[in-house]
Design a protein around this ligand. Structure first.
Ligand code: BGC
Length: 362
């Protein structure tokens, strides 16, 4: 049984972990000590992490992150314009990356880089932060415009998903993030850019509603029968389907039924990464949705489960191995990349979001 004071202490610790590792230039590293992520910042991880920091009330840290992203994306203006001119002929290898070095470069080692969701997540994150704290989003307009131009040109291209897999598919959670980001950005755009953003957001939604559902719930990619632990994001925060709608309710229920074991949520049933453990950030995402759906007890079950996974010094890992889907696959990942990423800043950011959602930060 975790007390409110313990939840608050973990929130303070989460904020401390995130800010202690924030790069002086503003980037939030995904996981400062993990071999494969060290030295890189993802827009997806960082967007959600900044939302947690913004809710915690550290405006300066979130500002520094958004300043960094805006600068990094503004430097990609010529690249994005070139790709837009190439249109359908633009090669996947030349797309801007999903993760950046702290000085904004692609990095030397190869990665599954073409992922559009992070650009949408960042747009949603920066606009939500500005609105929450009464800041003028014009400060981030150079980066916002590049992200919007990139997404309006390429939103419907197949690309790697949140888990950096399956470049051949169009992923529903990716379309959700694009929808949420473009709709959020509408409040700071005008003219033809605003019309293009609105049209792309609507088209993404229509596409999902016609090709991205099965038995009344959202699915992992267009045409798939399966669900994915990231799908609740299509409800809250990205609003691709309305909270409380039958599709939203059926999606949350199916994700819980197929992927939630004791409060910890798997990514998808075929997940072999580190044996397919339970992800803290997905537990928080489901909890956030349950809180919004009027089920605070369900949401608190996830907060409590996450708190139980903290290490003795209050660090939150990416995933835990209590309930592995494919245990035989775990050793090969331990050999290849070492112990699971701990701390994972995205786990801490999502804990802050859920704690705030449940009124624990107040
Ligand atoms: C996950 C990504 C994440 C990255 C950095 C990968 O293993 O699949 O979703 O962005 O780690 O945390």
């Amino acid at each position: 049984m975790t007390t409110v004071a313990q939840y608050q202490a973990l929130a303070a610790r989460s904020h401390a972990v995130i800010t202690a590792h924030q790069h002086p230039g503003g980037a939030y590293p995904a996981a400062p000590t993990f071999s494969a992520y060290r030295g890189y910042a993802w827009l997806r991880d960082g967007g959600f992490t900044a939302e947690g920091v913004s809710r915690f009330g550290d405006v300066a840290s979130a500002n520094r992150f958004h300043d960094w992203v805006s600068r990094v994306l503004a430097d990609r203006r010529a690249q994005v314009d070139r790709l837009r001119s190439a249109g359908a002929a633009a090669p996947v290898e030349q797309m801007p990356p999903t993760r950046f070095t702290f000085d904004g470069h692609d990095g030397a080692d190869p990665w599954w880089n073409f992922q559009t969701d992070g650009y949408g997540t960042w747009l949603w994150s920066v606009v939500t932060h500005a609105r929450r704290h009464g800041l003028d989003p014009a400060r981030w307009l150079p980066g916002i415009e590049v992200a919007v131009d990139f997404l309006t040109a390429f939103w419907d291209r197949p690309c790697y998903d949140w888990w950096e897999e399956h470049v051949e598919h169009r992923h529903v959670s990716t379309l959700g993030a694009i929808h949420g980001g473009l709709r959020a950005a509408l409040s700071v755009l005008d003219g033809s850019r605003a019309s293009a953003a609105a049209a792309a957001a609507d088209a993404a939604r229509q596409l999902v509603l016609t090709e991205g559902t099965r038995d009344g719930h959202l699915v992992k990619w267009l045409g798939s029968p399966a669900v994915d632990g990231s799908l609740p994001a299509c409800v809250v925060p990205f609003g691709l389907v309305d909270a409380g709608s039958p599709v939203a309710a059926a999606t949350l229920a199916k994700v819980a039924a197929d992927l939630d074991a004791d409060g910890g949520v798997h990514r998808f049933t075929a997940d072999v990464f580190y044996g397919g453990g339970q992800w803290l950030l997905l537990s928080a995402l489901l909890g956030w949705n349950l809180a919004r759906a009027g089920d605070p007890a369900g949401a608190r079950r996830h907060l409590s489960w996450i708190a139980d996974q903290a290490t003795a010094d209050g660090e939150l890992p990416e995933q835990v191995p209590h309930h592995l889907l494919h245990p035989a696959s775990r050793p090969e990942w331990l050999d290849r990349w070492g112990p699971v990423a701990t701390p994972l800043l995205w786990s801490h950011g999502m804990y802050l979001i859920l704690a705030d959602e449940l009124g624990v930060l107040a």
